[in-house]
Design a protein around this ligand. Sequence first.
Ligand code: HPA
Length: 271
Amino acid sequence: MDKRHLEETKEYLQKRGFEDPEIGIVLGSGLGKLVDKIEDQVIAHYNQIPFFPLATVEFHSGKLIYGNLCGKKVVVMQGRFHHYEGYDFVDITYPIRAMHQLGIKKLLISNAAGAINLDYKMGELMLIEDHINLQGGSPLAFKEVSAFGERFVDMSNPYDTELREQARSIAEKHDLPLNEGVYAAVVGPQLETRAEYRYLKIIGADAVGMSTVPEVIVANHLKLPVLAVSVLTDECDPDNLKPVDVEEILKVAGEAEPKMITLFTELIKLS
Ligand code: HPA
């Protein structure tokens, strides 16, 4: 990590018109349609942005989009980086640091996740209340970390209390079922075995996915209030497990997307 790199990334984006965004948004797999609502878009492809990692997974289009959403200036990551694509945790979270450098004051994150808690149903949303990092690494484990903030970052309340309260009241007002629970992050890209799903339940996870936690750790490092929502795309029932179908996961994510869009746009209006 090099501060000069971040500075160069910021200057490039500002020159392209990414001026003073207030809110940063990360859109998960199958959850890209929020960008259709952004007005006066400026688009920067990840592979054009200095020091950004390159996007690889087919279903991620890999763009940073700036514009106006519900009257607020936003910067949106359409597609994110995963450890399973071969990036290290510092690379994965570089765009979060870049958005912070541009001036965002809040971060909203979405992802697709499997439901470990079988009271939760496919296609429903889960507000992440806490997490378990099973990815075996940290985005803060690098030599120069102290130059960017504290090394021993407090994680006693990683998901912003006020944003979560706002999300709950929006869900109630719009009749959206909103579960709340613990997200466990695994590396992937293979899905879990039945024994792993049993283990995840025992350790207290309500949902499992392959992202989000590194970004949330860095947001906490930057003291950036963060909210994260999972779209539950499959039921992880170890006693009744069907072979996984990634197409099906993306389809469920797409069908649930309008709920996520309502939640995020209403949160933005309140910002
Ligand atoms: N496991 C891990 N990641 C996932 C899953 C799952 O069951 N569903 C969607 N992302």
